[in-house]
Design a protein around this ligand. Structure first.
Ligand code: SF4
Ligand code: SF4
Length: 334
């Protein structure tokens, strides 16, 4: 598989990397076999997170004796310095390594949080210290908010950004152009639009056709998926594929949440896009328990919606949010 330069990190990463969420569904031994199989088939980039339960641990177990063959990225939801210091140590221990190539601030949602993580007592300080100490190599930031990443790339500290991009969610095209010009590495998540797209070959070839992108990280839990994804890297994105993508995009236009967050704040305090993300995990990723746990942990739920309609006036995609939240209630029961 071809490799692309991950911006100013100068790391050469496989165009398709191993997304570490779905190995939560398989055993430790199965994960080991799968990860090694993906490396044998040309992937040298693995992405995981502190938040993906056993994912770091399984990856550590899989790569312990072949650490030099892979570039590892992980991330933490820690927002303050002390919590981040702890998480870095846990990641190092789980991944059975003394060096993590990329450590990312996970899912920074708004400017207030960004300011907090960048303050003297914020999580970024711990990452900078760890970098000085040689425990991590590069610092990245992940988000579902386009506005937030537009602001984040103005700071010199972030060498990598991660954001969703796929056939139905291409709103980051300009952001990626700007980031590329600043020599920031671009990692694409959600290549199958949270499982909404079923043609992985088409979806991945669409993404790789954008040369600003360094790598895309579909989640995998079977060898067949690895083979399909590896093959997709060499598929040409021709006119027929372009037209097919246009048709798919049209089809999803009225019912797909792009997680932009413009509908927020909701007067009832409902995190609208996150509700839809969790429904997607429940319906499509077969991570039902995981989704239920996180949904239960939300402060407000879809059932708190009073149907004022304010969110729908702000959604740039004219989604029928009230109806979509009813579907969330139907899925989770509240
Ligand atoms: S319609 Fe429901 S979700 Fe939308 S703003 Fe009103 S209360 Fe919030
Ligand atoms: S419901 Fe609309 S405004 Fe809200 S996050 Fe989704 S796409 Fe954006």
């Amino acid at each position: 598989m071809e490799k692309r330069r991950l911006g100013k990190t100068n790391l050469m990463v496989s165009e398709i990397g191993f997304g570490g969420i779905p190995i939560q569904r398989i055993s430790k031994e199965e994960s080991r076999e799968l990860i090694r199989f993906s490396i044998e088939n040309g992937m040298n980039f693995i992405d995981t997170a502190r938040g993906y339960t056993i994912s770091e641990e399984y990856i550590g177990y899989a790569i312990e004796d072949i650490r030099d063959k892979v570039i590892i990225a992980t991330k933490s939801m820690a927002r303050d310095k002390i919590s981040m210091e702890k998480d870095i140590e846990i990641s190092l221990s789980n991944l059975k390594t003394n060096y993590i190539d990329i450590y990312q601030l996970h899912n920074i949602k708004d400017e207030e949080t960004l300011k907090h993580v960048m303050s003297d007592e914020g999580a970024l300080k711990a990452l900078l210290d760890a970098k000085k100490q040689g425990k991590i190599g590069h610092i990245g930031i992940t988000s579902h908010s386009l506005d937030l990443l537009e602001k984040a790339i103005e700071y010199d500290v972030f060498e990598i950004i991660m954001y969703p991009y796929n056939i139905v969610e291409d709103q980051a095209t300009n952001l990626f152009e700007k980031a590329f010009k600043k020599d920031i590495g671009i990692i694409v998540m959600k290549p199958l639009a949270g499982g909404a797209l079923d043609d992985a070959t088409l979806a991945l070839s669409y993404i790789l056709n954008n040369k600003n992108i360094s790598t895309v990280i579909p989640g995998m839990d079977s060898k067949n998926q690895v083979i399909e994804n590896v093959e997709a890297a060499s598929v040409e994105f021709d006119e027929e594929k372009q037209n097919k993508c246009k048709e798919i995009k049209k089809l999803y236009t009225e019912s797909f949440c792009r997680r932009c967050g413009y509908c927020l704040p909701c007067p009832q305090g409902i995190d609208i896009p996150f509700s839809f993300i969790l429904k997607g995990y429940y319906d499509r990723y077969n991570l039902k328990d995981w989704a239920i746990d996180r949904y239960k942990g939300m402060q407000k739920h879809a059932s708190d919606c009073i149907k004022c309609g304010l969110c729908e006036t702000k959604c740039p995609y004219s989604l029928k949010i009230r109806k979509m939240l009813e579907d969330v209630v139907e899925t989770f029961g509240f």
